[in-house]
Design a protein. Structure first.
Lengths: 371, 104
């Protein structure tokens, strides 16, 4: 049966929302791991019944859960994320050196071809990989040790590696994004890395166009055009057409170019979605109106999408990993809010309706298209 | 006293009982001397899923928001190798593993 499964991570548990291809009637399952922060739930493209969830909390630390039946049942797997070697220090908020300390897994990126292989982006920023279904984790230490690591500084949410983009042509080519260090890329499966931030300008750092130090919030790629990357930065919406070698600003026409998520339409590499947020200190939509902005020209023009979204008194935020698309014939777009709503559009953003309205604050939304 | 195994009772908080899939107290045979370390070693050996949740994997240090209580005392700041009260070692009183009172 054709359908979709929306995997929702929240501040107090995980939820699995399912619908058939019409995306009209939804079944809500959860909460799983009630009371725990679920930063991310991700499904394996190679086996849609294989899911991974990052479960963490202030009291009892990090766990990773795995499901082999599409989220009906779960089992805890390995939770030891040990930095390789002597991890050294990065910059603390006050500029002093601070030892690297593992805090949590922000993002899980299962392999496109092997259900047992999954990458994990963690705080303090590093990249880990498991090749045994999450039982054990090994750091790809070349990133943390590539040279600029000692100068990285945390953003307000912590020094997290939150985005992992794998090139569908060659999984040894990856981009990752770290707050607040920027984008880094590898072409040799993580052995060596280089910063990929040329063209970014950030007012909050001493050298506005520094090689590292930018607070990149999210990056997105369409698999048919892997050299084109879209970025939502702290401020600025950016684009690169050469795999991150150069970036240019595409935020003209947005009511504000601050925000967190950015996503690409499943079938059109030129169609991009963002959720403009008022400012770095005012984390809700401008004028209390929740508007998704879509560009169908790769960022040249932007249009507001509002049908079905609250257009007054709306003061929620949409976090960086809380937007996703499905790949049904008419691309579905989904996002979750810090107010506990998950909105779905079955028509590429033209109309929206809430699937659920009263979940805990949504941290992440991932979508699986089931065929 | 060293060598002889003591039957020690451990009371876990709800989140960890659920993870370990246990109801009520856990009863562990712990080789003497009965200390935080020897009790937690036995607990983690019985329930490997609890590794990393009460103390750090590598350093074995207590996680900041976990507390150890017994006999109406806070033992959280005792050395890991200090002997626990005789009442705990004898199984007459449980060692309480507690999630500290903190918001959220």
């Amino acid at each position: 049966m054709t359908g979709v499964r929306v995997l929702v991570g929240t501040r107090k548990g995980a939820f699995v929302l399912t619908a058939d291809g019409t995306r009209e009637r939804w079944e809500v399952q959860g909460p799983h791991f009630a009371g725990w922060e679920i930063y991310h739930v991700a499904g394996s493209p190679a086996d849609p019944d294989r899911l991974y969830a990052s479960q963490s909390g202030g009291w009892f630390g990090q766990l990773v859960q795995r499901s082999d039946d599409g989220g009906a049942t779960w089992e805890p797997v390995g939770n030891e994320f040990a930095y390789a070697g002597v991890p050294g220090t990065h910059q603390w908020y006050d500029g002093t050196p601070h030892p690297w300390e593992f805090a949590r897994v922000w993002h899980l990126e299962p392999s496109a071809t092997d259900p047992d292989t999954v990458l994990a982006g963690v705080e303090d920023a590093a990249l880990f990989r498991s090749t045994d279904g999450g039982a054990s984790w090994q750091e790809l230490r070349g990133l943390r040790e590539h040279g600029s690591g000692s100068s990285w500084q945390p953003g307000a949410g912590g020094m997290c590696l939150h985005t992992i983009v794998v090139d569908p042509r060659d999984p040894a080519r990856m981009h990752v994004a770290i707050s607040a260090a920027g984008v880094f890329r590898t072409e040799d499966d993580g052995a060596s890395w280089e910063p990929a931030n040329h063209g970014l300008r950030s007012e909050g750092i001493p050298d506005e166009d520094a090689e590292v130090g930018h607070c990149v919030h999210h990056i997105a790629m369409h698999p048919d055009r892997p050299d084109t990357l879209y970025m939502q930065k702290h401020w600025d919406v950016m684009r690169s057409d050469d795999g991150g070698t150069h970036w240019y600003d595409i935020g003209e026409g947005l009511p504000t170019d601050f925000g967190f998520p950015i996503e690409v339409h499943a079938h059109d590499p030129d169609t991009v979605y963002v959720v403009p947020i008022t400012s770095d200190s005012v984390h809700f939509p401008p004028d209390g109106r929740l508007r998704v902005y879509r560009s169908r020209s790769g960022g040249n023009e932007w249009e507001p999408l509002t049908k079905g979204l609250p257009q007054e008194h709306c003061y929620v935020n949409v976090l960086r990993d809380a937007m996703a698309v499905d790949s049904l014939d008419t691309c579905g777009v989904y996002f979750g809010t810090t107010g506990g709503q998950v909105y779905a559009s079955p028509d590429a953003g033209e109309t929206w309706a809430p699937i659920v309205s009263n979940l805990p604050a949504v941290l992440s939304v991932q979508v699986q298209t089931l065929r | 006293m060293t060598g002889a195994a003591m039957s020690v009772r451990v009371k876990l908080p709800a989140h960890l009982r659920k993870l370990a899939q246990v109801d009520g107290e856990v009863r562990l045979d712990v080789p003497a001397p009965v200390t935080q370390r020897s009790v937690l070693d036995a607990l983690e050996a019985r329930h490997p899923v609890l590794r990393g949740t009460i103390r750090d994997h590598a350093t074995k240090r207590r996680r900041a928001f976990v507390r150890f209580f017994a006999c109406e005392q806070d033992l959280s700041h005792e050395e890991p190798d200090a002997e626990l009260p005789a009442e705990v070692a004898a199984g007459r009183e449980p060692l309480l593993v507690v999630g500290a009172m903190a918001g959220g």
